[in-house]
Design a protein around this ligand. Structure first.
Ligand SMILES: [Zn+2]
Length: 485
């Protein structure tokens, strides 16, 4: 089963080195990170490139991405009658650790309020309620390596009343018991999984009842803890210190990752990685930071905005010395061109690079903890780099429904700007005149106009009104005419 060894710990709220292993999977050195998937894949990365070009040891998958048909029909992933159905469904390599949680990371706030038995989730066909029993049954069916327990957290709510916090604690306690009870019913020889119990992002005394029960009755049945507020790690009971800590406290920058590592966090999920890729930003930082040159006094950017024209003629790699596929095969000018052409390979290459940068960053953190220079290295990193990632300037890939908040759904206007739009009448007349010189004789004028417009990009594809029945009819007539000859 899942094992976690602490190799070096320097204190209670201090960085620690560890090793997480699960049978048949690559072990994860901690501090480290796992990839965040969307509908089962790392965005922009196909399954073959996952094995070839990403050095990820594990991924996080959200159940809400797969249960679009509850409760009317059985979702396809549950109809797969083979071992490890979720892993096979998303074509995840055998050696990658698979972590299943209820909600995406970060989750879209759900307008469906949780009840004592159900949690509000967002499926691809809208908001639904997920019962604790359903979740436990899904875990048994899907056979992931780690299951993150259900936590009643009202995401997106600025202030939470004391009564609500009480309920959060009560419900999370019951739901954690539910998943533990389900695991206890597994048959002999049936694949088992580790449970990571959620630690709520509220003060210790407001979840004390839950935490006490966790320590008293459940500690030997859980394999780790899922942390939603890293700054409350101080409150974690000592009896839980031996367990691996998985962070769902989204860091906004590498500096925040370092802060969490400094508090003893082990495994990270890093949403800014994917946000940077979507924004066309190639991350460009290393830990420990390179020695500061005497020539520049300003801080270095944490990433390159690849939409910028300044890269249009640059034949250097995204980061000097980076050994990722994107940096060893391509240069900045090519990637800038791909983004400008809205070619999806651009985002794929940046995603590969960004994951490589973060892998090296964590490797650097581990070496630094090992060497005992972590605090000094963090101070140097903060002096060397800007405190936030560069602002997004270019247009990202198409925005999906799960990427914007419920209130944005109601706003008028398109979420995705049209790539091709119509010219105004004047411009059309001008282009028609120019095109007229190249007109073929014998072609009917209205057909020729349509061809011209299509050729010069005057009409968006979605606006071509093709009457398919008429087309089929006319083709048939010609055929008939031919057979009669
Ligand atoms: Zn690279």
């Amino acid at each position: 089963m899942l094992e976690f060894a602490i190799l070096k710990a320097t204190g209670t709220l201090a960085p620690r080195l560890g090793h997480l292993s699960f049978p048949k999977r690559k072990s994860i050195s901690t501090p480290g990170f796992i990839g965040i998937t969307s509908r089962g894949v790392i965005p922009h990365i196909s399954q073959d490139n996952f094995s070839k070009s990403l050095s990820l040891d594990g991924v996080y998958v959200a159940l809400e991405d797969f249960i679009e048909k509850i409760p009317q029909k059985t979702p396809p992933v549950f109809q797969y009658e083979i071992p490890e159905p979720l892993r096979r469904f998303i074509a995840l390599p055998q050696d990658a650790l698979l972590v299943l949680g209820p909600r995406r990371n970060p989750p879209i706030p759900s307008p469906i309020h949780s009840t004592n038995k159900e949690l509000g989730i967002l499926t691809s066909v809208g908001f639904k309620a997920l019962s604790s029993k359903y979740y436990a049954a899904a875990a048994r069916k899907l056979q992931p390596d780690i299951v993150v327990g259900l936590a009643d957290i009202p995401f997106g709510q600025e202030t939470i009343g004391i009564k609500r916090k009480d309920r959060m604690s009560d419900r999370t306690e019951v739901w954690t018991r539910d998943i533990i009870a389900k695991k206890a019913t597994l048959d002999n020889g049936e694949p088992s999984w580790g449970i990571f119990a959620p630690i709520l992002p509220i003060e210790r005394d407001l979840q004390s009842w839950y935490l006490e029960h966790l320590v008293d009755d459940m500690v030997d049945k859980i394999s780790g803890v899922a942390i939603y507020d890293a700054y409350l790690l101080d409150d974690l009971s000592e009896e839980l210190h031996h367990l691996p800590r998985l962070s769902f406290h989204a860091p906004a920058s590498p500096h925040e990752i370092l802060r969490q590592v400094g508090l003893g966090m082990d495994i990270f999920t890093v949403p800014f990685l994917i946000d940077a890729t979507d924004a066309g930003i190639a991350l460009n930082f290393a830990f420990p930071a390179p020695p500061k040159g005497t020539t520049t006094s300003s801080r270095q950017d944490l990433g390159l905005d690849m939409w910028s024209d300044i890269h249009a003629t640059s034949v250097t790699p995204l980061s000097e010395g980076c050994e990722c596929y994107a940096c060893t095969k391509h240069h900045r000018a090519y990637i800038q061109h791909l983004l400008a052409a809205k070619e999806m390979l651009g985002w794929a290459l940046i995603q590969i690079h960004n994951h490589a940068v973060l892998s090296s960053f964590f490797a650097g953190i581990r070496t630094s903890i090992e060497a005992g220079t972590f605090d000094a290295d963090v101070a140097a990193f903060e002096r060397y780099y800007e405190s936030a990632l560069p602002e997004k300037t270019g247009q990202g890939p198409r925005v999906r429904g799960y990427q914007f908040k419920p209130e944005e759904h109601a706003k008028p206007g398109k979420k995705n700007q049209r790539v091709f739009t119509k010219f105004d009448d004047e411009k059309i007349a001008e282009l028609r005149l120019a095109a007229a010189h190249g007109q073929q004789p014998g072609v009917k004028p209205e057909i020729s106009d349509a061809i011209d417009e299509a050729l010069v990009g005057l009409i968006g594809l979605e606006e071509v009104d093709v009457d398919s029945t008429r087309l089929v009819a006319s083709l048939k007539l010609e055929d008939d005419a031919q057979t009669r000859h």
